[in-house]
Design a protein around this ligand. Structure first.
Ligand SMILES: CC(C)(COP(=O)(O)OP(=O)(O)OC[C@H]1O[C@@H](n2cnc3c(N)ncnc32)[C@H](O)[C@@H]1OP(=O)(O)O)[C@@H](O)C(=O)NCCC(=O)NCCS
Length: 199
């Protein structure tokens, strides 16, 4: 049994869980639709956060197969999946980060409501790439006829994500405490929601 005192959203992260300083990226970036060949890069970015942070509640790295399956499901359902790549996008470029939406819940009445996910490589954070990716993702979701996007964000270690979502118009609609347990600590979730009014 785990004691209640272990849950404290204000507790500082251990050094190993904190973000390391970022090198400066070489050039600009482009946001484009993801293709299957991007998935190993997206997976590498995601698994970094699985292993080193509390921003995702996964504790074991995802396999190539699991990532391919996520992408295939998005493609099948018409859920946008975007990548930010270095350079002008014309010559490939390095995958700096990605963002996608999936169904908020599987039951059919939720079909107009999506949940988003966004992850940048550590070297690409804090430079406006998240804003560009999420902004485009929102427009794609709107254009696809979806009406609501929900973000479910860890209440510890994900301050940048909360700030980004609020910056893009998401409003906090609630919190759940002590629903996750990772790196020997209890974690909660913050729910934010954006309504996609037709333009
Ligand atoms: C969260 C994440 C996608 C944000 O993208 P980003 O490119 O770093 O953010 P941006 O540079 O576009 O900044 C967006 C806004 O958030 C704010 N912000 C960014 N990082 C912040 C931080 N560490 N603390 C507080 N606010 C922050 C910025 O000030 C900016 O607002 P502004 O335009 O008013 O100045 C990115 O940092 C990331 O991938 N982090 C690690 C993985 C993660 O947490 N994913 C989300 C899981 S829910």
């Amino acid at each position: 049994m785990l004691p209640d005192e272990e849950y404290d959203p204000r507790r500082a992260l251990r050094a190993a869980q904190r973000r390391r300083p970022d090198p400066v990226p070489a050039s600009g970036f482009t946001v484009r639709d993801a293709v299957a060949a991007d998935m190993p890069h997206c997976r590498a970015i995601y698994n970094h956060y699985v292993e080193n942070s509390t921003v995702t509640f996964d504790e074991q790295p995802l396999s190539h197969q699991a990532f391919r399956a996520k992408f295939a499901k998005a493609q099948k359902n018409g859920w946008p999946w975007l990548v930010a790549v270095s350079g002008d996008g014309a010559t490939g470029g390095e995958v700096l980060g990605y963002a996608y939406v999936s169904s908020y819940r599987d039951r059919s009445a939720y079909r107009f409501t999506l949940e988003d996910a966004i992850y940048l490589g550590p070297a690409a954070t804090g430079k406006g790439i998240g804003k560009a990716l999420l902004g485009e993702l929102i427009e794609r979701a709107r254009a696809g006829g979806f009406r609501e996007i929900v973000a479910v964000i860890a209440d510890q270690g994900a301050e940048a994500s909360i700030a980004l979502h609020e910056r893009m118009g998401f409003k906090e609609i609630g919190r759940m405490g002590r629903v996750g347990f990772k790196f020997d600590r209890w974690l909660g979730t913050v729910f934010l929601q954006l309504s996609l009014k037709k333009k």
